[in-house]
Design a protein around this ligand. Structure first.
Ligand code: ZN
Length: 115
């Protein structure tokens, strides 16, 4: 429920005008249309997990062939993007999103350096 801009009565959120006073309501942007806390948190967690996995893989002494490095690069970019999207959205999981972005960037640079 939202409140009428004109009389303050509680009205349905999708009502285009107020049944109480007839006042026209501004277009209502549904909260569910924007990525919610859950989505943001999910992206932050995915970003963090992916970046940790690939950072650890990169830090191993094992030699990685070029195909494997390119594959990791793709996932790291995805992880970086998820972290950035998560940060641009709501505050849920912000710390994890920042860690994901930092780790992904670090790994990506290390990866580029080893190509
Ligand atoms: Zn009204």
């Amino acid at each position: 429920m939202i409140f009428c801009r004109h009389c303050g009565k509680e009205i349905h959120e999708q009502a285009s005008s107020c049944p109480q006073c007839g006042g026209v309501q501004p277009p209502f942007v549904s909260a569910t249309a924007i990525p919610g806390e859950g989505d943001s948190l999910w992206m932050a967690i995915t970003s963090l997990v992916l970046s940790i996995v690939f950072t650890l893989t990169l830090l191993e002494d094992a030699e990685h062939d070029k195909d494997a490095l390119i594959g990791m690069g793709v996932f790291l970019i995805a992880s970086l993007a998820l972290g950035v999207i998560s940060l641009a959205g709501k505050k849920a999981g912000k710390g994890m999103a920042i860690a994901g972005v930092v780790l992904s960037s670090f790994s990506l640079l290390a990866l580029l350096g080893s190509l």
